[in-house]
Design a protein around this ligand. Structure first.
Ligand code: SF4
Length: 329
């Protein structure tokens, strides 16, 4: 049935107006033994219908242990690739294959390979926000949850290349005293937060704590009361006795923060050059309930990874999962 539908045509398939879309998604999920994994940066309604919501590390951990036949990854392309690399026997889908990532795009594999060759004898540590081809050039993959611990698992004198996020790399250098060679990449969402506007917000909400993701620029991190992965920011906000927070990461996380702490106020940190008060990843927001429904119904668009690349890329991801399990992360 799917053979005659092109990926571009797939995105335009209308969903019947009178369809109870939540029920239809749940029915299809059961019928086809599908697990729906959603990143914290997805829309609230996708997070609510998912079987599991988490950050990149948690999504990889769930993908590696699921017994479902099919994984639908409501996130961006590299997350679907990571799931496929870990579970080659399963079919993996992302509702909109155009959901890319500016950070992954900032590190083309051929250029990264030249950078590695220019730094002989270095261990290569790559953030999970990379293509399968970059992971295949990597010794250990990290996420923002475990980057510090994985870097510190190597003796201090070990020469290390860290890519692709320069802000995260700078932050890890600053807290570990390392001098890793950094790839010059960045995420367009986290680079955009305005220091000026955040300072203005802090004056408006003097009791608010600033929570920031380490992909933000160092000027923002210097001002932050807590720096961490999306999961860490969520945990901090949930456990804190404070009632107001300014959140400098993709604004999708505010949905789960508000759900866990309905009595607290969460204010999205504003970007530099936008009239919008919050900061959304346009790639993450390409996935919609309608596309998720069509993805389950028509079983497309599917993620494929070249087997040679997959065999090389799986080792650094498994290494990350092993270290994370040992460290209880
Ligand atoms: S928020 Fe940034 S790092 Fe995350 S998917 Fe979007 S572009 Fe990539």
């Amino acid at each position: 049935m799917t053979k005659n539908i092109s990926p571009a045509g797939f995105l335009n398939i209308p969903v019947p107006r009178d369809l109870d879309i939540k029920k239809a998604i749940s029915d299809l999920r059961k019928e086809k033994n599908v697990i729906i994994l959603a990143h914290y940066y997805q829309t609230g309604e996708i997070q609510d219908i998912a079987d599991f919501v988490g950050d990149s590390l948690a999504l990889a951990q769930w993908a590696s242990k699921t017994t479902a036949d099919v994984i639908v990854l409501c996130g961006v392309h590299f997350m679907g690739e990571t799931a496929k690399i870990l579970c080659p026997e399963k079919r993996v889908f992302v509702p909109d294959l155009n959901a890319g990532c500016s950070l992954a795009d900032s590190c083309p594999a051929d250029e990264f390979e030249k950078f590695i060759k220019a730094h002989p004898g270095h261990i290569v540590i790559s953030y999970v926000n990379t293509t399968a081809a970059v992971k295949a050039l990597t010794d250990v993959v990290v996420t923002s949850t475990n980057a510090r611990q994985i870097v510190e698992s190597f003796p201090p004198e070990t020469p290390i290349i860290f890519g692709p996020d320069r802000n995260l790399g700078n932050y890890i250098n600053s807290i570990t005293g390392r001098n890793m060679a950094l790839w010059d990449g960045a995420c367009h969402v986290h680079e955009q937060f305005s220091l000026e506007k955040i300072i203005k917000l802090k004056k408006e909400y003097p009791n608010a704590l600033l929570l920031a993701h380490p992909e933000c620029k160092s000027v923002i991190l210097k001002l932050a009361d807590h720096i961490g992965s999306t999961a860490s920011l969520l945990k901090f906000a949930t456990n804190s006795g404070n009632k107001e927070f300014i959140v400098a990461t993709e604004s999708g996380i505010l949905h789960e923060m508000q759900k866990k702490s309905p009595d607290k106020t969460f204010i999205p940190a504003p970007p530099n050059d936008s009239t919008c008060a919050c900061n959304e990843c346009n790639f993450m927001r390409l996935n919609t309930m309608e596309k998720l429904y069509n993805c389950l119904k028509y079983e497309m668009p599917e993620i494929f990874v070249d087997e040679e690349i997959r065999k090389k890329a799986v080792r650094p991801i498994e290494r990350m999962l092993e270290i994370s399990a040992k460290l209880n992360l």
